[in-house]
Design a protein around this ligand. Structure first.
Ligand code: SAH
Length: 477
């Protein structure tokens, strides 16, 4: 940051990194030189930290005067003097005059102060980072002065990712700090306890804004360190249709804090890559004919891992409550008194429709939309055909690839025209997404000719025609 400073102190040459630190400014003197917007921006941060702030500005603007009054700051309405920096901890030069600021920096450094100069990181001896506030937690981001814009962008990303309630975890730690210190003699035990609380159900309850329940559980854990808080929990999480960008923040959080993950074939590789790499990975995938792991065994795996006190991630393609048997799995958990939570995912219908440019409803073409399973059993598909073969609605068929010819025949037999539009989306939302469109009469033949890889989703309805105008995803490549 400050080449001049290191030359002065005779520090060894070569690239160095700034030393990140959080300073207790309570009662310390800070001088800000400048009376307009740059100085005000710097002040915004300083007024929160309890420093004794003096502002030196011969002609402060209206907003600065208001800021001085609001925060009860000390204003010297005159030019700065070298004497102003004696006994001062930090100096901020933000007068909007680069030469004046440089002179302030020189004088302040000569007086032994740390100096920040607005827009001149090279002559600053400390930088003010971009900040993400989750009081009492603070995350500071610095680019070492190379690009404040980049630092701000990164801070915005972290800000978006961190739950708003994250700071409440810090408040919980403050509330219980003393009792936990007394209860656990060794720092190691304390650390383990806190890790369990903050990473486990207590932490989750806090993030869900349920502090009373969190306190109850933590109290229990304090009474009995092998109590409820140590018991495991199951996260039933929807992984969406494939594109990892479609995961929810909550899904990602569960994925990163689990101890073990049970997943099947539908969960895409890019999504799996985001699961905690230290977690045990258990594949419980089902192939169409060959049920690799029977449902009952999956249910009991969930129970037994949770009973061992582990955080179990049950990761499911799409949404767990849409053709996902999520309901059955948590019924078992509920019956065994195991804690669980459910995180919705973007179901294949929503994901594939968006990425194929086919709106599922449309004022002119479809007032309703049905989701059905086209799973073939004994050569037939058991569906309410008269209800499906209606105009002005969209029908989305999951698991329908093998049954496609039967499905199209039945829809025609029950009254839809042979020219009715239908689309099939393969590997929806992934980079190799493929979409074929046609009619009830010709799509099965098209699918036979092309090599279509599962998973595939079928969309039947007038809305399919809109794809001609609205396709965006494949064309971007
Ligand atoms: N719970 C899942 C559905 C599970 S059933 C969800 O909400 O999406 C499995 C079926 O979902 C597959 O046979 C296929 O019809 C559909 N499917 C899931 N992901 C898909 C994808 N990326 N592209 C196309 N179809 C998909």
């Amino acid at each position: 940051m400050n080449e001049a400073a290191s030359a002065d102190t005779g520090a060894p040459a070569g690239p160095t990194q700034d030393f990140p630190a959080f300073l207790d400014m309570g009662g310390r003197r800070v001088v800000v030189v400048g009376g307009a917007s740059s100085a005000r921006r710097k002040l915004a941060r300083l007024v929160d930290c309890g420093a004794r702030i003096e502002i030196i500005a011969p002609a402060p603007d209206e907003a600065m005067l208001a800021c001085v009054a609001e925060h009860d700051l000390h204003l010297h309405q005159r030019d700065w003097l070298a004497d102003d920096f004696r006994g001062v901890c930090l100096v901020v030069a933000a007068s909007d005059d680069a030469q004046l600021d440089a002179a302030v920096a020189n004088a302040a450094q000569a007086a032994g102060c740390w100096v920040n100069v607005a827009n001149q990181p090279r002559i600053s001896s400390f930088l003010i980072p971009s900040l993400i506030e989750r009081s009492p937690l603070q995350v500071a981001v610095s680019s070492g002065g190379t690009s404040p814009v980049l630092a701000r962008l990164l801070a915005a990303r972290i800000d978006a990712y961190l739950p708003r309630t994250y700071g409440e975890l810090g408040k919980l730690a403050q509330r219980y700090h003393e009792r936990i210190r007394r209860k656990f003699g060794s720092p190691r035990q304390r650390r383990r306890f806190w890790e369990q609380m903050l990473n486990g159900r207590v932490g989750e309850l806090i993030l869900q804004n349920r502090p009373a329940q969190a306190d109850t559980l933590l109290e229990q854990a304090l009474q009995d360190t092998l109590g409820d808080a140590d018991r495991g929990e199951v996260y039933l999480v929807g992984a969406g249709p494939g594109d990892p960008d479609l995961l929810s923040f909550r899904a990602l959080r569960m994925m990163q804090q689990c101890d073990v993950v049970l997943f099947d074939r539908l969960v895409s590789e890019p999504v799996m890559a985001l699961v905690n790499p230290r977690a045990e990975h258990i594949y419980v995938g089902k192939q169409r004919r060959d049920h690799a792991v029977p449902q009952a065994s999956i249910n009991s795996l969930l129970v037994s891992h949770a009973r061992r006190g582990r955080r179990v991630l049950r990761l499911k393609g799409g949404d767990p409550f849409i053709f996902g048997r999520g309901g059955e799995e948590i019924e078992t958990l509920a019956a065994h008194g195991i804690a669980f939570q459910v995180v919705p995912g973007i179901t294949a219908a929503a994901g594939c429709a968006s990425y194929a440019g086919i709106p599922l409803t449309h004022r002119d073409h479809a007032q309703s939309c049905l989701f059905v399973t086209g799973h073939l059993k004994d050569g037939t598909v058991d569906l309410d055909w008269p209800a499906l073969a209606r105009s002005r609605q969209t029908v989305v068929i999951y698991m329908g690839l093998v049954g496609l010819p039967v499905i199209c025949q039945q829809l025609i037999r029950h009254g839809l025209p042979a020219t009715h539009p239908v689309a099939i989306v393969s590997q929806g939302t992934l980079h190799n997404q493929q979409v074929l469109t046609g009619t009830l009469a010709d799509l099965p033949e098209q699918v036979r000719r092309e090599a279509i890889t599962p998973p595939t989703l079928i969309i039947v309805g007038e809305v399919v025609r809109l794809r001609e105008k609205l396709a965006w995803f494949e064309t971007r490549a």
